[in-house]
Design a protein around this ligand. Structure first.
Ligand code: XMP
Length: 535
């Protein structure tokens, strides 16, 4: 079973009566998820389904329309993914993107061949017939192309609606059957007006009602959670990140005291954060948090460890051990709640489906460590209310639920925390040095009102020392690297072009205020080839 099939098994598209939806059949493009996100931005629920989804299954799911994603194959390759041809007879509007368009042309009686000129990157699309899809748009559209094949013969009933310099058939339509094909990618930001095209398809062609809102999602989730877990005990491991914090709010609203929140303090959080987190939940929101002080245990495990992989592994293993002990002590619990998001469901197979009940069962706990098997006698059924949400949707849910801004808009923070930013051996003293420097970095980026503009900004303590001079004294001390990146999703990133005066202030303050540091550096590497974190 592929992971998208697993996703399909978990929950079906919601009732049409409740929410109109668009089904996106995934032919393997790197942009498939992006199409789903773009459709959701139009406030229409969308779901990524495997391209092998049958017409019968699709009919049962009852979407308002179908989008066929792009993909790396050629339709004439042996073993290239195909579509259940009955889908063409369902009477549903279909938009084929790139490979999706070629498949449409091929299946319906046209012809696809290797293009004379392969087209990659930007190209101007000339709209020759606006129809429903390009309704209200400029006749020249800056579009993003990425294809080696082209449609050379149209299927019966189709007309060319757009062309580029190199691709005479760059957009096609059969308005009567409401079938549309685009050789370019409307979902990527480089296609100017791409969202307008998707809007025309989803709202005008498919006539989907834009009813997917986060307040509705919350109402529905509360009912679902109460139905499944009302009266039962649910455990949640709080990390302080936006997903688990928002989940705590939602579950507390649904089942109140039946929820147990546990926060394991490994000792690798930023300055004041564990205290702030527990205090905020307890006194402001009256959500009790079991605070587990495990700092010494983790430091003990890291003694003498310098290899990044070993460090992560040791922390992950210790996390699971503490989790296990504490959940036995506080338990038993019927359910484990996790802040799993839709991309996790699509991309990972860290969970299994119980063949008897069809419920997801945790075989690994999805802590932010991505490791750690649970012993066989400690298995939980899962509650994952966000398993169909993207990150930006969770942020909206957080806003609706009144999760404080300090949690909602915070930068991502890795599970192993500062331990993977103290390069080399992690000691209490070196953690303190980094914590103080990190505090200054955050204070200054906020004071310059640039916190929200960057994806992440943090300090890294190097394992080397360098010579400096302070007053008349020669020094031989630590170095801190400032790492700041911009990114859409953390998969790729660019180093942030921070103003020099900000860098200057951070550098001056760190050297003056953090004992034992005499040099500050700025990381100017993008991802790839570097990663965002240093370990
Ligand atoms: P890299 O360093 O791989 O990081 O470019 C990409 C994003 O993931 C975060 N990150 C982690 N998050 N557990 C987490 O929950 C981890 O072990 C972990 N390692 C990296 C990183 O901060 C960045 O946002």
């Amino acid at each position: 079973m592929t992971s998208t099939q697993a996703a399909l098994e978990v929950e079906k598209l919601p009732d049409k009566a409740l929410t109109d939806s668009i089904a996106i059949l995934d032919f393997g493009s790197q942009y498939s998820q992006l199409i789903a996100r773009r459709v959701r931005e139009l406030r229409v629920y969308s779901e990524l389904l495997p391209c092998s989804t049958s017409a019968a299954e699709l009919k049962r799911l009852n979407p308002s329309g179908v989008i066929l994603s792009g993909g790396p194959s050629s339709v004439y390759d042996r073993g290239a993914p195909t579509l259940d041809r009955e889908i063409w007879k369902l009477g549903l509007p279909v938009l084929g993107v790139c490979y999706g368009m070629q498949l449409m042309a091929n299946d319906l009686g046209g012809r696809v061949e290797p293009a004379e000129v392969r087209e990659y990157g930007r190209a101007t699309l000339t709209v020759v017939h606006h129809g429903e899809l390009f309704y209200g748009m400029d006749p020249a559209i800056e579009s993003w192309m990425s294809h080696g094949d082209s449609v050379t013969e149209l299927p019966p009933g189709f007309a060319v609606t757009g062309r580029t310099m190199d691709t005479p058939v760059a957009a096609i339509a059969d308005e009567e059957r409401r079938f549309y094909g685009l050789q370019f990618h409307p979902e990527v930001v480089h296609t100017v007006g791409g969202q307008e095209i998707l809007k025309n398809f989803v709202l005008n062609v498919c006539r989907a009602t834009p009813s997917w809102t986060m307040d509705r999602f919350i109402d529905r989730a509360l009912v679902d959670i109460r139905q499944r877990a009302g009266g039962k005990r649910v455990l949640l491991a709080l990390s302080g990140g936006v997903d688990s914090s928002t989940l705590a709010f939602l579950l507390h609203k649904a089942i109140g005291e039946k929820l147990t929140c546990m926060f394991i303090d490994q000792g690798f959080m930023r300055k004041n954060e564990p205290e702030w987190l527990v205090e905020t939940f307890e006194s402001q929101f009256h959500i009790h948090v079991h605070y587990v002080k495990a700092r010494d245990r983790f430091l003990e495990k890291l003694k003498g460890v310098t290899d990044p992989e070993e460090k992560r592994k040791k922390i992950g293993e210790e996390f699971i051990r503490v989790f296990e002990e504490e959940s036995r002590r506080l338990g038993p619990f019927d359910y484990l709640a996790q802040g799993t998001l839709y991309p996790d469901v699509i991309e990972s197979a860290a969970t299994q489906i119980d063949p008897k009940t069809g419920e997801r069962v945790a075989v690994k706990i999805k802590s932010h460590h991505n490791v750690g098997g649970l012993p066989p006698d400690l298995q939980f059924k899962l509650i994952e209310p966000f398993a169909k949400l993207f990150k930006d949707e969770v942020r909206k849910v957080a806003e609706e639920l009144g999760v404080p801004e300090g949690i909602r808009v915070r930068h991502p923070f890795p599970g192993p925390g500062l331990a993977i930013r103290v390069l080399g051996e992690v000691t209490r003293e070196r953690l303190k040095t980094l914590r103080e420097a990190d505090w200054i970095i955050r204070e200054e980026i906020k004071a310059h009102k640039l916190y929200r503009q960057v994806w992440q900004i943090f300090g890294v303590l190097l394992p080397t020392k360098s010579v400096g001079v302070m007053g008349d004294q020669r020094t031989y001390q630590n170095q801190i690297v400032i790492r700041a990146v911009t990114s859409e999703d953390g998969m790729t990133a660019d180093w942030a072009r921070l103003p020099y005066d900000l860098l200057e202030t951070i550098s001056r303050r760190i050297v003056n205020e953090v004992p034992g540091v005499n040099r500050v550096l700025y990381d100017v590497t993008s991802k790839p080839p570097a990663t965002i974190e240093w370990e």
